[in-house]
Design a protein. Structure first.
Length: 74
């Protein structure tokens, strides 16, 4: 079983704009699970921008931030 990693989840409003004031730290096995824990809904890694629901941030091994975009399935 994969160990837990640290992620930060930035919710995206229905207007498609990320809320820059909110970034919720969470431990999860992957970025999708992290966002699903925070938002309480099923998310996928591909979709149209109109369905954008969360930005998930993680630090790479060289400490550069990596952003994963997640969408509501449709």
């Amino acid at each position: 079983m994969k160990s837990l990693d640290n992620f930060s989840v930035q919710p995206v409003g229905v207007n498609g704009i990320p809320d820059k004031a909110i970034c919720i730290p969470v431990q999860a096995r992957g970025p999708v699970q992290a966002a699903e824990i925070v938002l309480g809904e099923t998310l996928v890694t591909q979709g149209p921008m109109i369905r954008l629901r969360a930005l998930v941030w993680k630090l790479a091994e060289d400490y550069t931030p990596v952003r994963i975009t997640l969408f509501v399935p449709g």
